[in-house]
Design a protein around this ligand. Structure first.
Ligand code: NAD
Ligand code: UGA
Length: 458
């Protein structure tokens, strides 16, 4: 079959692959190829067991793979063959040198830019889909312009706003698609070419265009604002616990103001995921770089409150369980950083499990999708850890349940049955406020919610 356009994506991770799967599904006349240097990942994308768990993803991959969607490790050949290239490689926090612990590590990004330059025999549109510091496109342009010959490259910024667990719906019905470009004749033509792809399923009023630096910065700012709401509500949850107010009631009262809105006001053990912390720290670094220490301190406090919330949670567990966890068995319900994903990157459950182990507790971890990642995250930790998928078996013989992930499954468990199999007094630390806390108290548990008075007989 002759395809109308050929599109390449470099980076087959949580974002690159699902976003290309969506383009392949919505644009059957385009050929989409996704490449990665990680051969195991590519093999998994070509198998029946995809490397990413995302509701609805398998069905679309089955419809498109081998038709107009292809996964490959041959990065160089694919660069030669495609003229529209999305770059969706990882941009983690730098762990060494200047800016360590804050700035984005751009080594994967720069390597990709050089690979594109070395393997291009025709002009190309290169699209930043990774989340990047402002002015990365300039570095990209300079690398790409350093080649000999008369081929040209237009760099666009098209940050991705999907969230894990809802990626398919977010990609199919996004609030907006943002395309930043240079405002030159060829920049605007490249912008139009990319907008044309999205226009297959997204209405034109949702395709927003801007200058390229605004687009790069908007992605960092959107994540910073979302994380800030979580830290804001979590900070108030601490006050609620002291002053007998109920954080759910406060969130409802505040969120019904249409100027504030109800979303992202769920108090819990803090935000996880690969991006919020990394992107805020990157923003903080940029503010320092541009000589804005007050702005940097403002955003850094969002991360500090997130850490405080996890420390507060463990302090509460310790205090409530008579100031000793040594030898006690704690069941950690959920290890993924949120429901409907197997991703555990920066999951609060990692820190909280480490803090439990530091108190010499024995930890039993259960999760419907994330046990493999949990075991990898905790490899090398000292202490007793076991991994049991069945929550009833996992909680049997435990002193306490610590709910870390808002899996719907945990709302619907038979807590009477669980209570029967636990050591008394039995505790629930509901880090997501998802169980029926009054009912659990009536069953016999001592219940410690977030941001609400504890229900306890002790
Ligand atoms: P990821 O680690 O899951 O995937 C990145 C992939 O890029 C890896 O498989 C890696 O092997 C590959 N890669 C690295 N260098 C390469 C190279 N030179 N050639 C080919 N492949 C290469 O990361 P992710 O979660 O998909 O995130 C990617 C980017 O998207 C990040 O900048 C992130 O901030 C951003 N983002 C992530 C999300 C999310 O929900 N995870 C949402 C929006 C934006
Ligand atoms: C987030 C953003 O929502 C996406 O728009 C963005 O594209 C993505 O980061 C990214 O750049 O990687 P994601 O991290 O996948 O998406 O998931 P979220 O739904 O934002 O949740 C992040 C964390 O905040 C989770 O740990 C979640 O449990 C927590 N959270 C969220 C709360 O504790 N309370 C809330 O009210 C909402």
């Amino acid at each position: 079959m002759e395809f109308k356009k050929k599109i390449l994506c470099i980076g087959a991770g949580y974002v690159g692959a699902p976003s290309m799967v969506m383009i392949a599904w919505k644009c059957p006349d385009y050929k989409i190829t996704v490449v990665d240097i990680n051969a195991r990942r590519i093999d998994a994308w070509n198998s029946d067991k995809l490397p990413v768990y995302e509701p609805g993803l398998d069905a679309i991959v089955r419809k498109t793979r081998g038709r107009n969607l292809f996964f490959s490790t041959d990065v160089e050949k694919q660069i030669q063959e495609n003229d529209i290239i999305f770059v969706c490689v990882n941009t983690p926090t730098k762990t060494f040198g200047a800016g360590a612990g804050m700035a984005a590590d751009l080594q994967y990004w720069e390597k990709t830019a050089r690979q594109i330059l070395d393997n291009s025999q025709s002009s190309k549109i290169v699209i930043e889909k990774s989340t990047l510091p402002i002015k990365t496109a300039l570095a990209m342009e300079r690398i790409l312009a350093s080649g000999k010959g008369d081929i040209t490259f237009d760099v666009l910024s098209n940050p991705e706003f999907m969230a894990e667990g809802t990626a398919i719906d977010d990609l199919e019905n996004p609030d907006r698609v943002l395309i930043g470009s240079r405002e030159t004749e060829s920049g605007l033509a490249a912008r139009a070419e990319l907008a044309e792809i999205y226009s297959h399923w997204i209405s034109s009023d949702k395709i927003i265009t801007s200058n390229i630096w605004s687009a790069e910065l908007s992605k960092l700012v959107a994540n910073a604002f979302l994380a800030q709401r979580v830290s804001s509500i979590n900070s108030i949850s601490a006050l609620c616990e002291k002053a007998d107010a109920d954080i759910s009631e406060v969130a409802r009262a505040v969120g019904t103001d249409s100027r504030i809105g109800p979303k992202f006001l769920k108090a819990g053990i803090g935000f996880g995921g690969s991006c919020f912390k990394k992107d805020i720290l990157n923003l903080v670094y940029l503010c320092h770089f541009y000589g804005l220490p007050e702005v940097a301190a403002y955003w850094e406090s969002v991360v500090k409150i997130n850490e405080y919330q996890q420390e507060r949670f463990i302090a509460n567990v310790l205090r409530s369980m008579f100031n000793t966890l040594a030898g006690k068995k704690i069941c950690v319900l959920g290890f993924a950083f949120k429901a409907d994903t197997g991703d555990t990157r920066e999951s609060p459950a990692i820190n909280i499990t480490r803090m439990l182990l530091a108190e010499h507790a024995e930890v039993v971890i259960t999760d419907p999708k994330a046990l493999g990642n949990a075991a990898a995250d905790l490899a090398g930790e000292k202490g007793k850890i076991s991994y049991i998928e069945d929550p009833y078996l996992a909680s049997s013989g435990c002193h306490a349940l610590a709910i870390m992930t808002d899996w719907d499954l945990y709302r619907r468990l038979d807590y009477s049955k669980i209570y029967q199999s636990m050591i008394r007094p039995a505790f629930i630390f509901d880090g997501r406020n998802i169980v029926d806390q009054q009912k659990c108290f009536e069953i016999g548990f001592n219940v410690f919610p977030i941001g609400k008075p504890a229900l306890t007989r002790l």
